[in-house]
Ligand binder design. Structure first.
Ligand code: 5RP
Length: 233
């Protein structure tokens, strides 16, 4: 185990590394957001520095991912400059048995959905606690909303049976603002019967940019776990 790190962090590191080790030279790589993907980005940087991996370019899903990628020496590109994404690595907040996801705990789900959906192969990196039988049972659904439309969007969501809450920053002195300059509603629906339908219905409300339901997007889910205090993937 890596010295000084707690078992949960080591497990995130291992699952991130397992995903990064699947990246081949010459690939265009979608770089997700969050604490687990951060380890994948770190590992990609290490593989580049060692010469084991060459000629990759990253497409970041957030400001956070782009800063991390630069710190680890990963060359970046944009969707305007490429015609494919070979592989994307990203975390999730919930994963159901059909590999449908709730994402957006880091308020980055709008860009994440664009990049992850374009990838030839999308690998999800999570720990066992993210696995659920039905989406919506442990994590509220993030919905990115234009600031001027927050009130009508909240009313429309309540009519659908959801309980929306404006996401506040850590210090609770103002709302979280996304990389696009928008706000995030965290919506409690309880167990979601039909994620595909709810995904479309929410995105049809004027003022909604994107919601955190990722239906039919993930190809592979790598799950980290801790048994007898030992992390594994
Ligand atoms: C960001 C996300 C993250 O991928 C998700 O919140 C998981 O993060 P972590 O790996 O830190 O648990 O969707 O918008």
């Amino acid at each position: 185990m890596t010295a000084g790190l707690d078992p949960v962090t080591v497990m995130k590191q291992e699952v991130g590394r397992a995903a990064a080790n699947r990246v081949k030279s010459g690939s265009i790589v979608g770089l997700g957001t969050g604490s687990t993907t951060a380890f994948a980005i770190q590992c990609l940087g290490e593989r580049l520095r060692s010469g084991e991996l060459t000629d990759i370019r990253g497409v970041p899903t957030s400001f956070q991912a782009s800063v991390l990628a630069k710190q680890h020496g990963i060359p970046l590109t944009t969707l305007d400059e490429i015609d494919r994404i070979d592989i994307a690595i990203d975390g999730a907040d919930e994963v159901d048995p059909q590999k449908n996801l709730i994402k957006g705990g880091g308020a980055a789900h709008t860009r994440e959905k664009i990049v992850d959906s374009l990838a030839e192969q999308f690998i999800v990196v999570v720990d066992r606690s993210k696995l659920v039988d039905r989406l919506g049972t442990t994590f509220p659904l993030p919905v990115e909303v234009l600031p001027m439309a927050v009130t009508p969007v909240m009313q429309a969501i309540e009519k659908l049976g959801g309980k929306p809450e404006l996401r506040m920053g850590v210090k609770k002195d103002g709302p979280v603002i996304t990389d696009q300059g928008n706000m995030v509603l965290d919506v409690t629906f309880g167990a979601i019967d039909n994620p595909a339908e709810l995904e479309k219905t929410l995105n049809n409300i004027p003022g909604v940019l994107e919601n955190g339901l990722f239906v039919g997007v993930a190809d592979v889910v790598l799950v980290g776990e801790i048994k007898d205090n030992h992390p594994s993937v």
